[in-house]
Ligand binder design. Sequence first.
Ligand SMILES: [Zn+2]
Length: 245
Amino acid sequence: MLNENQVERYSRQILSENIGKEGQEKLSEIKVLQIGTGGLGSPCALYLTAAGIGELTIIDSDTVSLSNLQRQVLYNENDIGKIKIDSAKKRLTELNSNVKINAYNEYVDQNSIKKFVRDKDFIIDCSDNLKTKFLVNRTSIKYDIRAIIAGVKDFYGQILNINPKRSACYHCVFTERELHKSRDSPLPILGATAGILGAIEALEVIKTALGLENLENELLMVNLINMTFNKIKVLKDDNCVCCGI
Ligand SMILES: [Zn+2]
């Protein structure tokens, strides 16, 4: 049951006929694991926390640098040199103390991710590299956790919502061959582009939790130069890893 304070705090989303008090109660129970608290992760974590989910576990292993501030809106100039996850937890807790924030200063890999997946309803990829996106995808399938995976570059972005073993997964759409094409040098990225895609990631979590229409079996391609949002139907590949894990 929502208390008086929560009814007031969330009053504008409770007004939505797609949410209501019942939907808000559902949101207050979901547990989300978010990988990365940078350009995508900042808006995603802020909007999920503001919306009043139950628990948000954030993982990142970086410190804040000056060149992060153009897009990583969780941080400010006073955070430069500090551990990202500490500043992120402080900011998110100040925003909404109703949400349990777990923060880990760790590098996520195949082994370390295991200990974070327990009881989670969603895993969100907010990383800046394909290796982590494929890891999030495999983890989603292995532990049967809904996943949202997004990517951004310059003025462009893409996002997919994965219902493990039932919908197309990231691997059905992108092959790991892409990994070898990826470079270590930094990609161009606009803060507003990461902001839009990160906010859409939060939105997909919220809509999926509420049983609303979402980007399952559809890849959303966003072009912010000419302002087109194209949804491409994607099919589950019967020979993909998602059918064998
Ligand atoms: Zn697949």
